[in-house]
Structures are given as C-alpha cells and as structure tokens.
Design a protein around this ligand. Structure first.
Ligand code: FES
Length: 115
C-alpha cells in the first residue's frame, strides 16, 4: 500500500499507509494526523484540507491547484499568511487521490486551517 508522509508545521512527520483510490485528506483524518480538518468531507466547499506538496511531488499529484481549488482557497483562506518552503504548491488534499505512483508522497501541513 502506498505511503504518504505528512509533515506538521512544527516538523513532526507521520508516515501513513493510504489505500489506492483514497484521498490524501481522508488518509490524514482516519489516522489522526493533526493539521487537516476536512470539514466538508471532500465536497470542495471548505478548504480546511489545505496542504503544501513537496516540490519533488508537485507534478506527480497533477500539478498546481485546479481552477476550482484556487477559487475556494482564495475565497476562504489567507494564502499570504501561510509559511513554509512549499507554500507555492498549495492544494486541497481531498482532491488528490492515491495511486501506487504516489508512494512516498510528502505533504506539508499549514500551521492552522482556520484564518
Ligand atoms: S475537505 Fe473540504 S475542500 Fe477538501
């Protein structure tokens, strides 16, 4: 089963098995990884699953945020307030489905999900 490495804002890493077909948001929630809220359950309406994809993985997860992701992120978050080396690779983790090719995916989490 492919693994995702979730890295909290403070640097704590969580290596989690996430089944193929499951999304990265649920992989965190089902394994009590702090830093992801996922309030809407993946319906693309809350943006509380915001994350930052490590540069080495940005293209493999499908590239930058989609138009729909970007619209939601800009409407309900303060992207300029995010910090961290991968903040330019912001995505909504509920929109990233696991595949075998994503084994080892590194996902950085924001300091907080709520403005
Ligand atoms: S869980 Fe709500 S947008 Fe991803």
């Amino acid at each position: 089963m492919p693994k995702v490495i979730y890295i909290e804002h403070g640097g704590t890493a969580h290596e989690i098995d996430v089944p193929v077909g499951e999304n990265v948001m649920r992989g965190a929630l089902y394994n009590n990884v702090p830093g992801i809220a996922g309030e809407c359950g993946g319906a693309l309406s809350c943006a509380t699953c915001r994350c930052f994809i490590d540069d080495a993985w940005a293209a493999k997860v499908g590239g930058p945020a989609t138009h729909e992701e970007r619209e939601l992120l800009e409407a309900v978050t303060d992207l300029d307030a995010d910090e961290g080396p991968a903040r330019h690779n912001v995505r909504l983790s509920c929109q990233i489905s696991m595949t075998d090719d994503l084994d080892g995916l590194v996902v950085c989490l924001p300091a907080k999900q709520y403005a």
